[in-house]
Structures are given as structure tokens and as C-alpha cells.
Design a binder for this molecule. Structure first.
Ligand SMILES: [Zn+2]
Ligand SMILES: [Zn+2]
Length: 758
């Protein structure tokens, strides 16, 4: 058996099955996986193999089972044999998972010796990836090494019939890690018998507590207390970006959000991601949450407790804000000393423990499209499960993009996507990136022969790759091609396909900023067969932060007047308006962009939804949030062929938003509300995508369409495009394993490099 089969109770599981079936033989571990020899009645042997495949231990993740017949040896009894030395092949490490049912029962059982012990775990649950320093996964190679097991824990650890047989983080109150609370550097925990109760009291009283979790610190407060939530925003300098909340159980979750069966299932899965679910009403209203939790959002990020400590902290009926403990844009804090330095002025107290986190790992975020998971951030609970490739790759490291950075380390058929690292904009994130790369290389013993980076000349990840290469080749690949390739890699599809790659920004092969791209291609190359009409991005980042500038730029490009009655124009200070016009006329300090994300910004601004953003994607998310559900009108878009701009021939179709912008202005003048405008924009764009796909199918014969890029996190757009294309008999491939945003880019980079260097 290969896959995640070590450190997950696989050998005792096989032992139990074989013994129960009266078989003899043995089971063991080596660097390639788990091996077993079963001897006895052939029917019973087949039944045991079938059981192994059909219902493996909860944490196991079987990639492959190979079986062949061997001569009977006449052995008696069944044993677990000592581990064989590793052959050096990649071994898998399980993600960190929440407590299992058995451990949870013990956690709340007053008669159990681990009653209310925050570090209870067993072979079927608990921390893995974040505490593992190296492989093979064994206690000395984890941050549990410094805790010596007491006699009772050791006895469990040594007993093949025990649930804690070889559970490396096994611990109890007598021998394991402990929790304490600190305030102003004073370890008051030593004087407080129950630090969890002390933290609860602080939160109940409106305080903010930094809680050390599985993959790093959270800042926690009562989500029903408006003063506390606002205070947290002020201290964190996080103006509007939504906070996630933690609740104890599904019943409490259902009191604040509407949950489909699929959403409930994912929420309650032991991966414990944040699920973006629809708030029961406007977040501020009846459900009693502070309006500062998720301003402007229709969806709320909800999660259930992800460690025993969280189970003890958050009680049924309560709603806690749980946001990453970090300074804006820096990586999540994971060490006690770092927390004392960085989080002391953000929190009233620190709830610390002495089980070290070796690598930080943020919470994962998902939303559901029907029954399908759409990853928004793939991190704790998911990383480092490999993506199984449809091709063999030499040892390769793909370093991803700039925002929402992740990397991909791969060899053979396994692509290990890293946890979420953060935005590669500062030295702290760069250091975290380097540490995470080192860690994964150690764990999986992959020594990259090739590096892959984005084409962008100023991405920190790309310059990191060039520096780290040390003579090894660095393959540079185009951003939007990599997005499409990422979906292809997930689906083990070779292409060619029709690809829609819509996002905020990516460096084009012509030196302009792309982001509304229609590509036809496969893993070996692509042709840009269409794109959104390019508009100026005057002042670069200034136009990203202030969507009204993008609105005026799009009006200018379309030849539409800047009338004072338009919210975007009214929001532009007179001085800035004049400067902007000058910039647009002269092209001064301005680049062209075909970004679809910026078009969403422009429309959000025109409709009066959002003029200035405080986090990436805010305007587009708010535009999606207000879409009027019953409106099915749609704005028209032009599709022009073979346009020529600035002397540079542009191949293929240009998506011209001018008719749509005219429609927005006419609706504004007629007093149509922003919800209807938002709806008509979404429906119009979806129909345009479908129409383009039909045209390209006619020309190329291709019937498979790939959707990728951050814009396809938009569920309304993605579901409508998918529905229309499916109705036309086309196959739609979209992300299920890695995010459509730049958090999934590295997987596509890897796939492209493999096919470039063949
Ligand atoms: Zn357990
Ligand atoms: Zn113990």
C-alpha cells in the first residue's frame, strides 16, 4: 500500500483484520509504504484485502494497493514487524486533523484520565504536518521529542491493540504539554488552576485573547460583542476584511448561517476548514453578531473547533471571532516568544502551550458550488496531501506567484502543494517561504533539479527562485497559462482545451498586464485567442486600491462621459479627476491591462458599491454579494475580431465591455438599484463567456472548457458559465483541489515546466 499509510494506524489496523480472519503473516513499514503478507484461506485473504481498500483507518489516504501471490510459509500467528530502513523514496505525511470521536468522548468524560486535556490524540487524529521535523515520522522527529512518555502512555504506545499504538504525539496531563496564560509578560497561568476558564472569562468580558492552536496563533474575541470586534479591528489595523468565526457545533453554526448538506459535511469534516456560507440574514441583523465581523458580506466564514483546546474554549451557542494572529500581511505567528513580542499589544492575554509548532499552517478556506468543494485557501487539514499527477516529473520546485503564495514540490507522480504562506511582499513572508521550502524538501526528500517561476520581472518569488537555483535551470512560465495548466493537472487532462483565465493581474508575454484571457492550448503551449479589451491602469497600484480610478479609465476607453451623477465620478476628488484625465490622455505612469478583476472593480465603483478597497478582491466580492437573486437581465458585451491597438496586432477576439458600461450608465440614470446592476453584469459576462466558447468550438472543434483565475471564485459567474456550457454539450473543468486564485498557480507551473523540459 502506498499513500498516507504511516503514522495513521495502518499496521495495527491490518493486524486486527488479519487476526480476526484467522490469517497468519506480518505487516510492516518501509520508505515506500506499508507491506503485508497474509497467509490462510484464499477467500479470507481476499476479504481482508478488500476491507483494507474499502475502509482504511480514518487518517489514511491510499494511493495504490498492489498484490501478488507468494508461496505459503506455514507461519503461525500474525505480527507487526520492525520498520525496514527507508529506501529514500518520498514518504507521505498526514495533514493535521481534529480529534476523532473516541478522543472527543474521552476529552469530556470526567472518569477518563485525559478529561479536559487539551492535547489528547490517538493514531486516528491529532497534529501531524505542523509538528513533524523530518521523516520517517517517529516521535524523535517531532516537536513531541522533548516530552518523555509516562508509563501509562508508553504502554498504550507499545500495544498493537491500543488506539494509541505508535501515536507519536501521545501524551497525558502527567507527561505531556500543558497550557498556561500570560498577560503583560506575567505568567499568571502558574497561579491559575484553569487557564482555559481564565481565557473564557476574558473573552466573555469583551477581551481579546491570542490562542496558540495547531498551525499558529489566532486572535479571539466574542463575535457578538461589537466593542470587542471593533477593538480587534483597530488593534490589528484590519479595516474591513472579513473575520472568520468559530462555533462549537453544527447546531450553533446553523443559527448563524444557512448550510446545505454538502456544506455541513465539509464544515464538520476533520479537516475543519473555514466554510464560506450564506449568513442567515444580513450579518448584523437577527443573528446577533457584530456588524464589524464581516462588513459588506453576504457570506460568513465559519469553522468548527480544530483541536482539543478549541473544543474546550468554545461552548455551544457561543460565536467567537478567530482570526490569524499576525500583523497585517505578515505570516501567522507560531512561536511563544514571537507571540510575546508581536501579539502582546494586540491581545489582552496569551493562551500559550509548550508543544512547538514546527511550521506555521493557516486555516483553510472553502466554498461549495453545489456539492463540489471550491478551495479558496488550501492549508491546514489539507496540506501536505499530494496531488496525484497524470505524468511523471523530475524533482521540481515551482514557486508560485506573489499574492496568496504557495509552492509545489514534486517528483514522480506526486505534487506536494505547500500550505498557504501569505503575500510575498515583505521579508517576513519571504523568510517563511524559505523555511517552508526547506521543511518540505526534508520531509519528502525531494531535491529539485528544476525550478519554475512566473514570467513577472518583479515577483519576489521569481527572484527568490533565480537566487536559490544555484546553477539549476529556472523555467519561467506565463501566469494565465499556469492557471489553466493547474486545472489540467488536477484533472489529469492533457488538453488541448479552451481556457478562460480571469484574474486581477498577471504578466503577459507582450509586457502588459493580463487578466481577462481566453487561451487555447495544452501543457506544451498556448495561443491567446481572446482577451478583455485593454484599459489603462493609471498609477498602477493606486488604481487597484481605488476602484473609482478604474471606473473612470474604463469610461474613458469606451468614450463615455464622466458625468457627475455617476457614483464613481462623484467619488473622485476634482484634483485627482484632472490628473487622471491627463494620465489617460498621455499614458503617463500608466500601463495597459486586460484584467477582468479590474473590470469588476470598475463596475462596483460605477454602481456605487465600493470606491476604495482595503483588501484584495474586496470590490468584486461585494459586487457578487449584492446580486439581486431574482434578476435575470443581462448586459451585452461586444466580441470584436482581430483588433489592432497601438500598432500591435492582437490576435483573436477582443471582449469589449462598452455596451455593458452603457447599460450600467443607463440603469443608473433610470434609478435602477445596484443589486440589479450587479446581477445584469454577472449574467452578461457569463453569457459572453459561453458565446465565446461556442465560437472557439466551431473554429477548433474543442469541446472542453477550463475555468481558472481568482475571478472564478465568484460562484454566481462560475455556476452560470458552467450551466450554460454544459447545456451546450461542452465539458467544463474547474478547480476542486487547489484554489483558482494564485494559491493554486504553482501546480500549473509545475505541469508546464515538465512539458517544456521534456
Ligand atoms: Zn483520536
Ligand atoms: Zn502520559
Amino acid at each position: 500500500m502506498t499513500g498516507v499509510v504511516q503514522g495513521v494506524g495502518f499496521r495495527p489496523f491490518v493486524h486486527r483484520l488479519a487476526t480476526a480472519a484467522g490469517l497468519s503473516g506480518f505487516v510492516g513499514n518501509d520508505g515506500d509504504g506499508v507491506f503485508a503478507e497474509l497467509e490462510g484461506d484464499p477467500v479470507a485473504v481476499d476479504a481482508v484485502v478488500a476491507r483494507i481498500v474499502a475502509s482504511p483507518p480514518p487518517l489514511a489516504h491510499i494511493d495504490a494497493v498492489t498484490a501478488h501471490a507468494v508461496e505459503p510459509t506455514g507461519s503461525a500467528g500474525f505480527e507487526i514487524v520492525a520498520s525496514r530502513a527507508s529506501s529514500g523514496a518520498a514518504t507521505f505525511v498526514s495533514p493535521d486533523l481534529d480529534v476523532c470521536e473516541d478522543c472527543r468522548r474521552e476529552l469530556f468524560d470526567p472518569a477518563d484520565r485525559r478529561f479536559r486535556y487539551p492535547f489528547i490524540n490517538c493514531t486516528n487524529c491529532g497534529p501531524r504536518f505542523t509538528i513533524t521535523l523530518a521523516t520517517p515520522y517517529d516521535r524523535p522527529a517531532t516537536t513531541m521529542a522533548r516530552f518523555t512518555m509516562c508509563q501509562r502512555c508508553q504502554a498504550e504506545y507499545d500495544d498493537p491493540t491500543d488506539r494509541r499504538f505508535h501515536a507519536q504525539p501521545n501524551a497525558c496531563p502527567e507527561c505531556g504539554p500543558r497550557v498556561w496564560i500570560e498577560s503583560d509578560g506575567d505568567q499568571v497561568g502558574d497561579r491559575i488552576a484553569d487557564p482555559v476558564a481564565a481565557a473564557r472569562a476574558l473573552v466573555a468580558g469583551g477581551g481579546i485573547v491570542a490562542v496558540k492552536g495547531v498551525g499558529g496563533f489566532h486572535l479571539a474575541c466574542n463575535a457578538r460583542n461589537d466593542e470587542a470586534v471593533s477593538e480587534l479591528r483597530a488593534r490589528k489595523n484590519r479595516i474591513e476584511k472579513p473575520f472568520a468565526v468559530m462555533v462549537a457545533d453544527l447546531a450553533t453554526a446553523r443559527s448563524i448561517v444557512l448550510l446545505s448538506d454538502a456544506e455541513s459535511e465539509v464544515l464538520a469534516s476533520r479537516r475543519r476548514p473555514i466554510v464560506l456560507a450564506e449568513a442567515r440574514t444580513d450579518v448584523s441583523a437577527d443573528i446577533g453578531l457584530s456588524p464589524a465581523v464581516a462588513p459588506g458580506m453576504k457570506r460568513l466564514g465559519v469553522m468548527l473547533p480544530s483541536s482539543p483546546l478549541h473544543h474546550l474554549l468554545v461552548e455551544p451557542g457561543e460565536v467567537w471571532v478567530m482570526t490569524s494572529g499576525n500583523i497585517s500581511a505578515e505570516p501567522i505567528v507560531k512561536d511563544n516568544d514571537e507571540a510575546r513580542r508581536v501579539l502582546t499589544h494586540l491581545a489582552d492575554a496569551l493562551l500559550l502551550h509548550d508543544r512547538d509548532i514546527h511550521v506555521p499552517c493557516d486555516d483553510s478556506v472553502v466554498r461549495l458550488l453545489g456539492a463540489e468543494e471550491l478551495p479558496v485557501r488550501r492549508s491546514r487539514g489539507y496540506a501536505p496531501l499530494p496531488v496525484r499527477l497524470g505524468f511523471d516529473t523530475p524533482p521540481t520546485l515551482a514557486v508560485g506567484g506573489e499574492l496568496k503564495a504557495t509552492f509545489c514540490l514534486a517528483a514522480g507522480r506526486d505534487a506536494f502543494m505547500s500550505q498557504h504562506i501569505g503575500d510575498m511582499e515583505n521579508l517576513e513572508t519571504l523568510a517563511a517561504f524559505t523555511a517552508a521550502v526547506d521543511h518540505m524538501q526534508t520531509l519528502f526528500r525531494i531535491h529539485p533539479e528544476v525550478l519554475v517561476a512566473d514570467l513577472h520581472p518583479r515577483y519576489l518569488s521569481a527572484s527568490w527562485a533565480e537566487r536559490a537555483a544555484d546553477g539549476r535551470p529556472v523555467v519561467r512560465v506565463q501566469h494565465h497559462h499556469a492557471h489553466i495548466a493547474s486545472v489540467l493537472a488536477e484533472h489529469r487532462h492533457a488538453g488541448p482545451v479552451i481556457g478562460f483565465s480571469f484574474d486581477g493581474t498577471g504578466y503577459g508575454t507582450d509586457g502588459t498586464i493580463w487578466g481577462g484571457e481566453v487561451l487555447v492550448g495544452d501543457l506544451t503551449g498556448f495561443e491567446r485567442v481572446g482577451h478583455l479589451a485593454a484599459a489603462a491602469l493609471p498609477g498602477g497600484d493606486a488604481s487597484v486600491r481605488r476602484p473609482y480610478r478604474m471606473a473612470l479609465s474604463h469610461l474613458y476607453r469606451a468614450g463615455l462621459p464622466w458625468s457627475d451623477a455617476i457614483p464613481a465620478v462623484a467619488a473622485t476628488p476634482a484634483v485627482e479627476r484632472a490628473a487622471l484625465r491627463h494620465q489617460l490622455e498621455t499614458g503617463l505612469n500608466s500601463v495597459d491591462t486586460s484584467s477582468m478583476g479590474r473590470l469588476f472593480d470598475a463596475v462596483a465603483s460605477l454602481a456605487g458599491v465600493r470606491q476604495v478597497v482595503s483588501y484584495e478582491g474586496q470590490a468584486a466580492m461585494e459586487l457578487e454579494a449584492i446580486v439581486a437573486p431574482d434578476e435575470d437581465g443581462a448586459y451585452a458585451f461586444g466580441i470584436a475580431d482581430g483588433a489592432v491597438a497601438d500598432g500591435a496586432a492582437m490576435t483573436g477576439s477582443v471582449i469589449d465591455p462598452t455596451p455593458a458600461l452603457r447599460g450600467v450608465l443607463a440603469d443608473l440614470a433610470a434609478g435602477v438599484g445596484p443589486g440589479v446592476i450587479a446581477a445584469r453584469f454577472h449574467h452578461g459576462l457569463a453569457r459572453t463567456v459561453a458565446e465565446l466558447a461556442r465560437r472557439i468550438r466551431r473554429e477548433t472543434g474543442l469541446g472542453t472548457v477550463v475555468l481558472s483565475g481568482g475571478v472564478f471564485q465568484n460562484a454566481i459567474l462560475t455556476e452560470e458559465v458552467t450551466g450554460r456550457l454544459a447545456a451546450d454539450g461542452m465539458t467544463v473543468l474547474r478547480h476542486r483541489i487547489v484554489p483558482p486564485n494564485d494559491g493554486g498557480l504553482a501546480l500549473g507551473q509545475l505541469a508546464l515546466a515538465r512539458h517544456r523540459t521534456k
